[in-house]
Ligand binder design. Structure first.
Ligand SMILES: NC(=O)c1ccc[n+]([C@@H]2O[C@H](COP(=O)([O-])OP(=O)(O)OC[C@H]3O[C@@H](n4cnc5c(N)ncnc54)[C@H](OP(=O)(O)O)[C@@H]3O)[C@@H](O)[C@H]2O)c1
Length: 263
């Protein structure tokens, strides 16, 4: 059995998931990296290895329940234990008003963001219970703010956040947190800038365009540090909470444990 804590990160091929994996490696955890793009996962794994990290790559689509079970089985086979899950894989689209939404695209959003998180959680609950492990569900401000054009995403993230509360009351041996990561400079923001005009409120479209133009998007490593810290250290009494990535209760100990920057 691995002597290091073992954490699965979904959506680890880029963006915040890849950065959370790097922080976990720095903290001495073994990381199971999963997403659909094997090449990108391998690059993250190579980067982790260069810094002394132990990881494995598991290409999988979280919208497929059998793949989520297979990921978990392979992690247990390799490491013999599981201590944490960061449910980070996510998509924004469709970006379109409800009256124009395509049924298949809407369903796919829910399949990835909400069902995918459920599939992963169902797969890992038994081994996580054994280790009194932790789940970090990466939610969004969209869970509580209504954004025109984002109906599926808002519904999925609201569902994920409330699902986290139910987990907390059902599973006393597992700590489950849902996290708002802020507004972050990743590919998802590129989708907003590309698809927003004509599909979102003009004010909101301008807001996101300006954040990028003015360099005000958060670098992914900062919310990713909070994810990694929560996956390793979140106290059980926090279970069920919907938290901000920059809550000082997270930020201060995360900074102390992991440092200021990955680079
Ligand atoms: N960026 C923001 O401002 C922001 C704000 C609030 C919340 N969030 C949330 O933060 C999380 C990370 O997003 P990000 O901003 O880092 O975006 P990103 O760069 O687009 O990364 C999304 C990740 O999800 C993976 N993914 C997408 N569909 C998948 C599927 N079907 N199965 C498995 N993996 C899948 C992608 O990998 P592959 O393509 O290789 O599968 C990628 O690794 C998401 O849950 C997002 O909703 C982001």
């Amino acid at each position: 059995m691995s002597e290091r804590p073992v954490v699965i990160v979904t959506g680890a091929s880029r963006g915040m998931g890849a950065e959370a994996a790097r922080w976990l490696g720095r903290a001495g955890a073994a990381v199971a990296l999963t997403a659909r793009n094997q090449t990108a996962l391998d690059e993250v794994a190579a980067d982790l290895a260069q810094h002394g990290g132990d990881s494995m790559t598991l290409p999988a689509d979280v919208s497929d329940p059998a793949s989520c079970i297979h990921v978990t089985e392979q992690v247990l086979e390799r490491f013999g234990r599981l201590d944490g899950l960061i449910n980070n894989a996510g998509i924004l689209e469709p970006v379109v008003p409800v009256r124009m939404a395509d049924v298949g695209a809407w369903r796919h959003n829910i399949e990835v963001n909400l069902m995918g998180s459920f599939y992963m959680i169902s797969a890992v609950l038994a081994p996580l219970r054994k280790r009194r492990g932790r789940i970090v569900n990466v939610s969004s401000g969209a869970a509580v703010n209504a954004v025109a054009g984002w109906s599926a995403y808002c519904a999925a993230k609201a569902g994920l956040t409330h699902f986290t509360r139910v987990l907390a009351v059902e599973e006393p041996d597992v700590t489950a947190i849902s996290l708002r990561p802020g507004v972050v400079d990743t590919q998802m923001q590129g989708v907003i800038r590309e698809k927003g005009p004509g599909n979102m409120d003009p004010d909101k479209t301008d807001y996101f365009q300006n954040l990028k133009a003015e360099g005000k998007l958060a670098p992914p490593e900062i919310p990713a540090r909070s994810m990694a810290w929560l996956a390793l250290r979140a106290p059980v009494e926090w279970s069920g909470r919907f938290m901000e990535y920059d809550d000082p209760e997270i930020l201060d100990p995360a900074r102390e444990m992991l440092g200021e920057s990955l680079r």
